[in-house]
Design a protein around this ligand. Sequence first.
Ligand SMILES: [Zn+2]
Length: 239
Amino acid sequence: MSTHPSFEHWLQSRLTAHGFATGGVDGIVGPNTRGALEAFQRARGLPQTARADDFTVAALRQTASRVPGFVRPLDSDDEPEPMQAQRFPRQRDVAAFYGPVGRNQVLVDVPWRMVLAWDKRRVAKRMSLHEKVVDSARRAIDKTYRVLGDDGIDRLGLNLFGGSLNVRRMRGGSAYSMHSWGIAIDWDPQRNQLRWKHPKARLSHDDARAFWEIWEDEGWVSLGRERDFDWMHVQAARL
Ligand SMILES: [Zn+2]
């Protein structure tokens, strides 16, 4: 972000669009812009860093009219919902948002060595994902590799692909699985079995937190982080 030549202009114009005055869009991040940033973060229930961190940038990207103010009382135990999560629909709205199951798929390259979890002799170079989630998935996959490297990938089991597109019903139900649209990815299913909780599930360990935050910054949802089950799974749909 910081290497983009017009990032500061973008930042100021987005703050202004959201109703937070920066003292002009001059590309110079001074006290006025930092104050606007902090006020925006406070209003949205974000950590008040007065910096354009990933969380804040994602919230600024939202259309101003679609971002509600932070209305929960201050003594609420609820975490504010991350605003960038609103990029993707709720589970109940996925059919309207993504269309028919099994369609509009794109093959996405994975830059590290990955094999099929259920047949480790077979290399998986790509995964099938819905065209509406491809950009965010590519960013998350590439950042995962930059942050973790081959050693971290192998340690967490991200080299063991558990599947993405798979048109099927949810276990024990008639509704389609999120995998049916190619908007969910499973990793290392053997060490993250469906009903396993923290700390039994491998991806529930502290060293996987950076991995999950990368996906969450893109609006994806971990069932493990949200509900403490199915730690293999990440999806582009809110609960
Ligand atoms: Zn899954």
